[in-house]
Design a protein around this ligand. Structure first.
Ligand code: SF4
Length: 114
């Protein structure tokens, strides 16, 4: 028992920390990691396929404005998969904390081609 206890206490000193020094050091994410969804206004034709596909209601289209509520987004990529023009991509940006609820709602002016 004492040997096990000593091993457990000394292990962090010998091996060093196993946690990252975030935010001083940016996290290294796996290639498949999903972060902030963004829309390319030059590609978007505002047909609303992303709105229909989003399982959480995080996306809204109001005329020529694409609105994303990150407080609802679960980073599933259904919006990107549904877009017929590949206008939405999930980025690697995962540091999305905000101090106010309104700060996690983003808007982007998009095209209204017909
Ligand atoms: S990633 Fe998923 S939850 Fe987030 S906006 Fe797209 S469809 Fe909605």
């Amino acid at each position: 028992m004492w040997h096990d206890l000593r091993e457990r206490l000394l292990r962090p000193l010998v091996r060093g920390p196993v946690t990252a020094r975030h935010p001083a050091v940016a996290p290294v994410l796996p290639p498949a990691a999903r972060g902030l969804p963004v829309v390319d206004p030059a590609r978007c034709d505002a047909t609303g396929a992303c709105v229909v596909a989003c399982p959480t209601g995080a996306i809204a289209l109001d005329g020529g404005t694409w609105r994303l509520d990150l407080g609802r987004c679960v980073f599933c990529a259904a919006c990107a998969d549904a877009c017929p023009r590949q206008a939405i991509a999930l980025t690697g940006r995962v540091e999305l904390a905000a101090g106010e609820r309104t700060a996690v709602v983003t808007t982007t002016a998009v095209g209204t081609r017909s």
